[in-house]
Design a binder for this molecule. Structure first.
Ligand code: 5GP
Length: 180
């Protein structure tokens, strides 16, 4: 496939692979939580397309809430600083909470988020991430559902950005920073 921009280097995951995997994840999640009601907690902005597709592949009742968390500055390196820019609208006490993430890299953001959500006493708390990098083991974050394990490279597309660009791409690409 020809990339739309010279900074897009390798085609990491195709739209067809994403569609197949999202359908599988939806079926798996529906089975695991059968007979219960799910609270999907989407981490914005990167998770918005994944959530939109995944929620339509889930066949049990779900409620949706959003959080905005900042872990990166404007570049592609983790700053180590995690801030909640927008919190959940409603309490999650006693609920089956499934955090929907776009990508887990070092796991820093997710470990912070999980510790924060645990203090609100959900009945269960699990994570579904579309993408996971090998470095995620650094913070030993438990991801119950993982779409794809990808190499340790910066990726964009399907909701993921580089300085707010490329979120709209239907496929996932690696990026050459020098050509941005
Ligand atoms: P972590 O704290 O796990 O190192 O990083 C998690 C967050 O950093 C993700 O939610 C995402 O916002 C951002 N991030 C990590 N790796 C990538 C990547 O390859 N591409 C993009 N666009 N964002 C990434």
């Amino acid at each position: 496939m020809t990339p739309r921009h010279p900074a897009l280097v390798d085609h990491i995951v195709s739209r067809e692979q994403i569609a197949t995997r999202v359908a599988e994840l939806g079926a798996e999640i529906s089975e695991v939580y059968a007979g219960r009601e799910l609270k999907l907690t989407c981490v914005l902005k990167g998770g918005f397309i994944f959530l939109a597709d995944l929620v339509r592949a889930i066949t049990i009742p779900c409620a949706i809430d959003f959080m905005v968390i900042s872990s990166y500055g404007s570049g592609t390196q983790s700053s180590g600083i995690v801030r909640i820019l927008k919190d959940l609208d409603a309490p999650i006490e006693g609920m089956d909470v499934l955090v929907i993430e776009d990508i887990v890299d070092s796991g820093l953001t997710l470990s912070y988020l999980l510790r924060n959500l645990e203090t609100r006493h959900p009945a269960t708390l699990e994570v579904c991430t579309l993408l996971a990098k090998p470095a995620r083991h650094e913070h030993d974050v438990p991801c119950r559902f993982v779409g794809f394990e990808i190499p340790n490279t910066f990726v964009v597309g399907y909701g993921l950005d580089a300085n707010e660009r490329f979120r709209e791409l239907p496929d996932i690409w690696s990026v050459d920073n020098s050509k941005l």
